[in-house]
Write a protein that binds this ligand. Structure first.
Ligand SMILES: Nc1ncnc2c1ncn2[C@@H]1O[C@H](COP(=O)(O)OP(=O)(O)O)[C@@H](O)[C@H]1O
Ligand SMILES: [Mg+2]
Length: 526
């Protein structure tokens, strides 16, 4: 049964509450009960705050934060990688050109060597000349020439000539590889270079015997790395500038697109919220209207009962009494005449029988209208028995009555409804079905009260019934619906009729949830 809605029409605040509730259930995780006292709960609680902060950000803000982070990381990774590649490229380019350049200068003065040995004083003098030239032209800091066995055969540091070092790895260069890179100056032979205290660029160049593939020595040349580092820095700056600009432009373009999308979504979201709010309000109004309609129907049913009862009593106490009185007077008149005027006596007999018929009809109508008083006795079983007994006497029929599971207390409206429907259904069976046996069954199960009144008479179809002739069926249906119940009539020609209804009632607090709790009376089940 629909609970009556009490109070004013729902306000916008209430709609907001509904919307917030819907929002939070959509988000899912929010509002879940937290288990306290465990480490898991602590971790969850610690994680809940940033999650809540994050979920409160708009779509655009979330995107802006995430994409900035992702793009910054990508730019950093790509920029770093490109920068390294460029620095490497600059180094390779520089070392390739320098190697060719310097090999041309140095190689002619090591031709006297053949896998070992030393250089002549003349070669050393010429090499000194060459290194001076290289110092001025290419900022060369020092030059060493290694024999294959690791002996320094020439050096700008004369003290090193003739010394042999094992730490310096000449193997790759002895196999033809030109090596270049920033000098780490950890070797024993690099004391002078260390003392310069500036970044140096180091090259190992294989020196070939003229017109052969034979490497006779390896030149180790240290160059001031200042210019190279500047070149590298400017190339890396350029790379960063390009990658950064591309990243920034991409980010800006994405921002514009997402901002537009986000604004559209925001607009649509608020439109949906507005519509939802209106819907909630409409539902509330609808509920209130429904409850008001049910109230009105209930009141109408009560007024109907009252009118019926009063009309029955008025007929019984007024016209019926007067007719009874008139009958008595006719008897008196008959005695007065005492057989003197047979014609008048015959007329009086006719008159008396007409009055007796009228009295019988009046009493029948009054009985039809009569509803047992619910005021003092709310006993559904007793009341049903009362109207069934009255019906059996009046209609000379037999009614089988069965009642199961009905609780002791039920709402008064439900009791009144069941009694009225039973009475009207039995009256119909008497008036229209032609059968002299009816069955009334009432049972209660899981909050549902069911009533069925059945006869095995002529029955009726949609066409044979005269629904407009009376208000019986319409009245029964309206009473049941007023209490939110369901009503049905099943009838087949020649097979009888069954009137049934179902009401949802709460037995435990029955009588107290009724509109007139003081009217509720305990009733017994059969
Ligand atoms: N138990 C019944 N058996 C046969 N016909 C019935 C029965 N109940 C109702 N009817 C048919 O339905 C019509 C409408 O019934 P109702 O609304 O109670 O009005 P009324 O009883 O005043 O005629 C009846 O006139 C009758 O034709
Ligand atoms: Mg009727």
């Amino acid at each position: 049964m629909m609970e009556p809605v009490v109070g004013k029409v729902s306000t916008a605040d209430e709609a907001d509450r509904h919307i917030r509730h819907a929002d939070s259930s959509l988000r899912g995780s929010e509002g879940k009960p937290e288990t306290s006292g465990t480490f898991g709960a602590f971790v969850r609680a610690a994680g809940a705050r940033p999650r809540r902060w994050w979920s409160r950000r708009s779509l655009f803000e979330q995107f802006a934060l995430l994409s900035s982070l992702v793009l910054s990381l990508s730019v950093a990774a790509v920029g770093g990688w490109v920068g390294n590649r460029i620095a490497d490229g600059v180094l390779r380019g520089t070392s390739g050109a320098a190697a060719l350049y310097m090999t041309n200068f140095v190689e002619p003065y090591v031709q006297s060597m053949d896998g070992g040995g030393t250089l002549s004083a003349e070669d050393i003098r010429r090499l000194d000349g060459v290194t001076e030239l290289l110092k001025s032209r290419r900022h060369v800091a020092s030059v060493k020439i290694w024999a294959r066995d690791g002996t320094i055969v020439y050096s700008t540091q004369k003290a090193l000539i003739g010394r042999r070092f094992t730490a310096t790895d000449l193997t790759p260069s002895l196999q033809g590889e030109i090596r270049a890179g920033m000098a780490d100056l950890q070797d024993d032979d690099s004391e002078f270079e260390r003392s310069l205290s500036k970044p140096l660029y180091e090259m190992f160049l294989p020196l070939y015997k003229n017109e052969t593939e034979r490497i006779v020595a390896v030149a180790e040349i240290y160059e001031d790395a200042g210019a190279l580092l500047r070149d590298q820095a400017s190339a890396i700056r350029g790379a960063w500038l390009v990658v950064g600009s591309v990243g920034l432009v991409t980010l800006l373009a994405l921002f514009v697109v997402v901002h537009r999308g986000s604004t559209t979504i925001k607009r649509q979201r608020s439109a949906i919220k507005q519509r939802f709010r209106e819907k909630v309000l409409l539902h509330r109004k609808n509920d209130i209207l429904k409850s008001e309609t049910e109230d009105a129907l209930r009141t109408a049913a009560r007024i109907d009962d009252l009118v019926h009862t009063r009309l029955g009593a008025e007929l019984h106490d007024g016209p019926a009494q007067l007719i009874s009185f008139a009958l008595l007077r006719i008897e008196g008149l008959e005695q007065e005449l005492d057989g003197r005027t047979p014609k008048a006596r015959a007329l009086l007999t006719e008159f008396r029988s007409a009055l007796q018929d009228a009295l019988k009809e009046l009493r029948a109508i009054a009985a039809d209208l009569f509803l047992p008083d619910l005021g003092d006795s709310g006993d559904l079983a007793q009341m049903l028995r009362k109207i069934i007994r009255a019906h059996e006497c009046r209609a000379a029929s037999v009614v089988d009555f069965e009642m199961t599971g009905v609780p002791e207390r039920l709402p008064r409206d439900a009791v009144r409804c069941v009694v009225r429907v039973t009475q009207e259904a039995l009256n119909n069976a008497f008036k229209h079905s032609g059968s002299h046996r009816q069955t009334v069954m009432v049972n209660y199960c899981a909050g549902t009260l069911r009533l069925s009144v059945r006869d095995h008479g002529c029955g009726f179809s949609g066409t044979s019934a005269k629904p407009l002739s009376g208000l019986g069926i319409i009245g029964m249906a309206s009473r049941v619906r007023a209490l939110g119940g369901t009503f049905s009539v099943i009838s087949n020609l020649g097979q009888g009729t069954e009137i049934s209804c179902e009401l949802h009632v709460r037995s435990s607090i029955a009588g107290t949830d009724d509109e007139h709790p003081q009217d509720a009376q305990p009733i017994k089940s059969d």
